[in-house]
Design a protein around this ligand. Structure first.
Ligand SMILES: [Zn+2]
Length: 258
């Protein structure tokens, strides 16, 4: 086993917990479910919460894949990305990632970015902020154990956020990555529909939400097919880059020693 990584992160999380306490007192009049539906967090916290790379005018977009790794689909997704020399950002679930460190190593070796999507895909609006932060720390550890890097990008399951969670993650230097194009691929839509959704809304700086994993009953074969079609049709007009490159924000804590 490799050493535990992150003294720095742990102290940041401690600071975060203090700030969390202060903000929960300050914002206690906010309803518990003050989620993304009611508050535009990317407008409130423009340096922490991102829906897209709105600063860029270059023809670059970011493909993002949630809820993996999944032994059925993740390697297929990686094969398609490789075929077109496209890069992606994978928001992994800790409980799945800990069983499959090899696929995280492959992501890393092939130039993709690995990011945090909690340990158990919790509903942030219905969970105490301290528990949310614990899932973030645990998933950071799992990712570190696989690739010796601690991620700075976090995506909340279901896009749910609360003021308390955002301020705590902000204090821990995390960047919260939402999306500008939702392919709704998890609904097992036909590949042509997924492709059409992206083509309709694609623009420089877009962050595209897709899935490389899901429940056992989830069939994501249409996602694999749609990804191939998208890259075939759009690679001449757009560069498919990581969120790190799109936002010019660091994907991992620097200067860590394994
Ligand atoms: Zn998810």
């Amino acid at each position: 086993m490799r050493g535990r990584p992150q003294k720095k992160v742990r102290s940041l999380i401690s600071i975060a917990l203090v700030i969390l306490t202060i903000t929960s007192l300050t914002f206690s009049y906010f309803p518990k479910e003050s989620t993304a539906a009611q508050i535009d967090f990317s407008a409130l916290y423009p340096d922490t919460v991102f829906r897209n790379g709105s600063q860029t005018t270059q023809p670059v977009v970011a493909l993002t894949f949630d809820d993996g790794p999944d032994p059925r689909y993740t390697s297929q997704i990686l094969d398609v990305l490789k075929k077109y020399d496209a890069k992606g950002t994978f928001f992994v679930i800790g409980d799945k990632a800990k069983n499959d460190p090899d696929i995280l190593q492959r992501m890393e070796e092939e130039g993709h970015v690995i990011a945090n999507h909690t340990t158990s895909h919790i509903r942030i609006s219905k969970t105490d902020s301290s528990e949310v932060l614990q899932e973030v720390v645990d998933t950071d550890d799992i990712i570190f154990n696989a690739v010796q890097k601690t991620p700075l990008f976090f995506r909340p399951p279901f896009g749910e956020l609360t003021i308390e969670t955002v301020t705590s993650l902000q204090a821990a230097d995390k960047k919260i990555i939402l999306w500008s194009i939702d392919t709704e691929d998890w609904k097992e839509r036909p590949a042509d529909d997924i492709v059409a959704t992206v083509k309709k809304d694609i623009e420089p700086g877009a962050i595209i939400l897709m899935h490389d994993g899901g429940e056992l009953s989830q069939d994501l074969q249409n996602t694999v097919k749609a990804l191939d079609q998208l890259l075939q049709d759009l690679s001449t007009d757009y560069d498919f880059v990581t969120v790190e490159e799109l936002l010019n924000e660091k994907a991992y804590i620097e200067n860590e020693t394994a």
